[in-house]
Design a protein around this ligand. Structure first.
Ligand SMILES: [Zn+2]
Length: 112
C-alpha cells in the first residue's frame, strides 16, 4: 500500500479513502470509472458499502463488532457518489452524514 495523494491510498485492486461517516477506510475498486484526479477524484457510478459495524481503536479494527443493547451485531449501509473530491452521501446511508455532501478528508496520518 502506498499513499497516492492526500486523500487516496493505492491498494491492491483499487484505491482507499477515509470515510468520515463510517470512520474507517473504504476501498474504491479500480473497475469503477475514475477520472485519474488524485486530489479531487471523480468516480462513477456510486459506491455502496454494507456490512457489520466494527469497533476501531486508533484506526485499527480491534476484532470486535459493534453490538446493540441486546448483544446483536449492527449492520450499516454507506452509499455515496464521489464527484470532484466531494462525498455526496445518499439518503439510505445509515450514518450521521446521510444526505450530506462532505469534502473527501485527508487520510489520517496515524494509519498503518
Ligand atoms: Zn462510509
Amino acid at each position: 500500500m502506498s499513499q497516492a495523494s492526500k486523500v487516496l491510498r493505492k491498494v491492491e485492486g483499487g484505491f482507499a479513502h477515509w470515510c468520515p461517516g463510517c470512520k474507517e477506510m473504504h476501498i474504491l475498486p479500480e473497475k469503477w470509472t475514475f477520472d485519474g484526479n488524485m486530489e479531487t477524484p471523480t468516480f462513477a457510478p456510486s459506491f455502496k458499502h454494507r456490512g457489520l459495524r466494527r469497533v476501531f481503536a486508533n484506526g485499527e479494527w480491534t476484532g470486535e463488532w459493534v453490538r446493540d443493547t441486546e448483544g446483536n451485531t449492527v449492520s450499516y449501509i454507506c452509499h455515496y457518489i464521489l464527484i470532484a473530491g466531494v462525498l455526496n452521501f445518499c439518503d439510505d446511508s445509515t450514518h450521521a452524514l446521510s444526505g450530506k455532501s462532505v469534502p473527501l478528508p485527508d487520510l489520517p496520518g496515524d494509519l498503518p
